[in-house]
Ligand binder design. Structure first.
Ligand code: 3IO
Length: 341
């Protein structure tokens, strides 16, 4: 009798321990902490969106989750972001997919010259593309959101007014954007954005090809007194979470993060578009930067040079077994939809 009682009480005690969850034991001691790594400096757009995500998550979980942010490559850098998150060195990481073009084949197709007009359209289009194809490249992580930059333009220390002027000029770009520079006759030099200020300073490159908010955020307008407006190619970004960490989160927290995916993508796109416009105004007014517009005839000529890029990509990526034609068609269709066309 006595033994039976001991067993029954023992069973109750165990059940109480198992089912009361975070109400008991060490978990009750404090909030769930998440570390979030980012590669560029704090004032730049990938970190601005990170701080916004942190605020939203902390507010929407009522303080149940606290996010510790690490901008400026203090926890993980531009090129080890994905592997660092997979290994658990950070719980969350923000990465620019263009820095590993061979690794993120499907999502990097968004940087083909397909006429994406702005960051909001680009971001929502990329997020839809991710959700439709669920690329294997992300199978080891939980993807929290994706977004793109605004279209890229040439910022340079020398004026580039024609295809003649760009010939052989060393310009910094990465991934699909570098390919575009090559087809215009420039000499693309690949490096992540945080390495660019020094390369410009030392004269390793004469300029760069990226979205125009960097003129202000990295103070490139102090050196690059010219910008040639081409509005071509967006850079795609992803925010990923360590899979074990994701699986360890309570369902209500997981739901908050899931609900934020699309909103964060749209928020970042809108922020980027507005901020790029502010940066242009500041570059003109405060830094005296000349913004060079191509004539309609020139623009047609510059665009024509890029025609073979997508054709070549469809052929080569298709040969590797990817549904490359459908991917390009989806990018165009999602782009149209979010442009309201
Ligand atoms: C970028 C990367 C880090 C901080 C600000 C930025 N603005 C545009 C980019 C895109 C990019 O990664 C690049 O290499 O041009």
């Amino acid at each position: 009798m006595r033994q039976k009682l001991v067993v029954i009480f023992g069973a109750f005690f165990l059940a109480a321990l198992l089912f009361t969850g975070p109400g008991l034991g060490p978990a009750a001691a404090g909030p769930i902490k998440l570390s979030y790594a980012n590669f560029p400096p704090a004032p730049t757009f990938p970190c601005i969106q990170m701080e916004r995500w942190k605020r939203e998550v902390e507010r929407r979980t009522g303080g149940k989750v606290v996010v510790d942010t690490y901008p400026g490559g203090t926890l993980l850098g531009a090129k080890n972001m994905m592997d660092g998150v997979i290994a658990g060195q950070a719980d969350i990481g923000c990465l620019c997919m263009a820095y590993q073009p061979g690794r993120f084949v499907i999502t990097n197709a968004t940087s083909l010259p397909l006429g994406i007009p702005n960051s909001r359209v680009g971001s929502l289009m990329l997020w839809d593309l991710y959700k439709k194809y669920r690329p294997k490249a992300f199978s080891k992580v939980k993807v929290l959101t994706m977004f793109t930059t605004a279209p890229s333009n040439i910022m340079s220390r020398i004026p580039i007014r024609s295809l003649g002027d760009i010939r052989g000029v060393d310009l910094r770009a990465s991934g699909g954007a570098a390919q575009i520079l090559k087809f215009w006759g420039a000499n693309p030099v690949g490096m992540p954005m945080p390495a660019t200020p020094e390369a410009l300073q030392k004269g390793v490159v004469k300029g760069l090809f990226s979205s125009l908010e960097v003129m202000k955020d990295f103070k490139f307008a102090e050196l690059c007194k010219y910008a040639t407006l081409t509005n071509t190619a967006v850079y795609p970004f992803a925010v990923v979470m360590n899979m074990e960490k994701w699986n360890s989160l309570p369902p209500d927290v997981q739901k908050v993060l899931e609900m934020l995916g699309t909103q964060q993508s749209a928020w970042t796109g809108t922020y980027m578009d507005n901020h790029a416009a502010e940066s242009v105004a500041w570059s003109k007014k405060v830094q005296g930067v000349e913004f060079i517009e191509l004539s309609a005839a020139q623009k047609a000529e510059w665009d024509a040079r890029l025609k073979p890029i997508t054709e070549k990509w469809v052929k080569e990526t298709g040969a590797k077994g990817y549904p490359s034609k459908a991917i390009v068609e989806d990018i165009l269709a999602f782009g149209k939809m979010y442009s309201g066309l």
